[in-house]
Design a protein around this ligand. Structure first.
Ligand SMILES: C[S@@+](CC[C@H](N)C(=O)[O-])C[C@H]1O[C@@H](n2cnc3c(N)ncnc32)[C@H](O)[C@@H]1O
Length: 209
């Protein structure tokens, strides 16, 4: 992701009604933010927000929280939301490395869309499907652990399948070419739009344990 500084990003983010700034206060109690007991789904590395906004609009009975590490990216999602009213959506600026310090036994589904592949072996633990992250995800799921991943990166996809398998996950659904399979309910991300326009193959997997 190319990062350009956005003037005033920090202030725009802090003032947005969608952004949870005091997120540590809600650990184990994020439902109270939404005033209902609907399931909570999280997108890790939500980028500029197209996926999580689209998902929240088409699934009003699910609460969505998008997590993004960088101000300069998150602010783009916040700007898209300026004139929208989506009660089942919140955003958090944070590093997913801290995900288990922020959430506790309250998440029903995690989405990992076009996550950074970290191609060098010495960086493999930084991949969002490494055992480092899978161990953290274990602590935030309510009952069943459910992860849905899309990527254009074949090596990351293969690595993730192995990693899920080694961690006790079962594959529910897998596509080796999403755009030639069943696209029902697919909501595109910003990266996905670019890759599809480029004719790249999109891989998708959903797993549970
Ligand atoms: C390649 S982009 C994909 C963005 C978006 N999911 C999409 O498909 O268009 C990866 C995004 O994940 C974010 N990211 C990477 N590592 C992260 C982490 N540890 N915690 C939170 N966000 C992270 C990056 O800042 C970037 O916005």
């Amino acid at each position: 992701m190319r990062l350009r500084n956005v003037r005033g990003a920090n202030e725009i983010i802090e003032k947005s009604k969608y952004v949870i700034n005091n997120y540590f206060d809600y650990k184990g109690n994020f439902s109270s933010l939404f005033d209902n007991g609907n399931p909570i789904h999280i997108e890790v590395g939500m980028g500029k927000g197209d996926f999580i906004i689209g998902m929240a609009l088409s699934n009003p009975n699910i609460n969505f929280i998008g997590i993004e590490k960088f101000d300069s990216v998150l602010v783009r999602a916040v700007q898209k939301l300026e004139d929208m009213d989506i009660p089942n959506l919140r955003l958090i600026r944070m590093d997913a490395l801290n995900i288990d310090s922020v959430f506790s036994k309250e998440v029903s589904c995690l989405y990992l869309n076009f996550s950074d592949p970290w191609p060098k072996e010495r960086h493999s633990k930084r991949r969002l499907t490494s055992d480092v992250f899978l161990a953290k995800y274990d602590l935030i799921f309510k009952d069943m652990c459910l992860v849905v991943m899309k990527t254009d990166n074949r090596k990351l996809f293969e690595y993730s399948i192995m990693s899920f398998n080694n961690y006790g996950y079962t594959i529910d659904d897998i596509s080796l070419d999403l755009y030639h399979d069943d696209l029902t309910g697919n909501v595109q991300t910003e990266y996905e739009k670019k890759f599809v326009a480029n004719g790249d193959i999109i891989y998708r997997i959903s797993v549970h344990k």
